[in-house]
Design a binder for this molecule. Structure first.
Ligand code: SF4
Ligand code: SF4
Length: 222
């Protein structure tokens, strides 16, 4: 390539659209399925979705989740199931954001936001406790002092879709199953899921697949 052609490439880039941003003052939009720090979700009536089953901890390849379940108080249950997550901690010094915990959770209690912009000066701050992970009364992630949330960033954090059919039943392939969650409701399917068949009846005992409603029966169904 001659000099003139080389300058031509440079000039083209100077006057072309910029793909970079002035980070961190300006952030680029995050991909729809980016994996960031987790939230523990609640039902729209405020009950916690976590039933303390420890499946997320068992599947985690980084061994960074610690869960202790406890029986729900009869007079003041925390979750709709028999048990709830009494202790819940995630160590972000170890998490690799693989989303295995999200896939394993039978009640869609744990999901990942897109926030990755957080840092710590204290190692203990890297261990998020249940109080920090649990969504607030409006279903939004709690904004912790060391996290860089910008307006609107907490909105596309909730709801997810099962990548595969529940229990592997082929009849559910392509069935949209956005979870209704506190404060967010049900998300629209992504473009390539818009054709999905939502008329398939659920398996007996698999809980409701009425995608628009909060379903406390998810816990034991899948
Ligand atoms: S995203 Fe992966 S590494 Fe992180 S807590 Fe979940 S299972 Fe563990
Ligand atoms: S798998 Fe889900 S319900 Fe079970 S302990 Fe983990 S977050 Fe709670």
């Amino acid at each position: 390539m001659g000099y003139l052609e080389g300058f031509g490439v440079t000039l083209k880039q100077i006057f072309g659209d910029r793909v970079t941003t002035q980070y961190p003052k300006q952030k680029a939009p995050k991909p729809e399925r980016a994996h960031g720090r987790h939230v523990l979700n609640r039902y729209e009536d405020g009950m916690e979705k976590c039933i303390g089953c420890e499946l997320c901890a068992g599947v985690c390849p980084a061994r960074c989740i610690y869960v202790r379940g406890a029986d729900n108080p009869i007079d003041d249950p925390v979750s709709p199931g028999e048990r709830y997550g009494y202790v819940y901690e995630i160590n972000y010094l170890r998490c690799i954001h693989c989303d295995m915990c999200v896939e394993a959770c039978p009640t869609e209690a744990i999901t990942e936001t897109k926030l990755f912009e957080f840092s710590f000066t204290n190692r203990l701050d890297a261990i998020y406790t249940k109080d920090e992970l649990l969504v607030d009364d409006e279903g939004r992630p709690r904004r912790l002092p060391w996290e860089d949330w910008r307006p609107g960033e907490e909105i596309p954090t909730s709801a997810w879709m099962r990548a595969t059919a529940p229990a592997g039943n082929a009849a559910f392939e392509g069935v949209v199953a956005w979870s209704g969650e506190l404060g967010f409701g049900v998300r629209e399917p992504e473009p390539d899921q818009a054709h999905a068949d939502t008329s398939v009846a659920p398996l007996a005992g698999s809980g409701s697949h009425d995608h628009g409603e909060t379903d406390h029966g998810h816990g034991g169904g899948h």
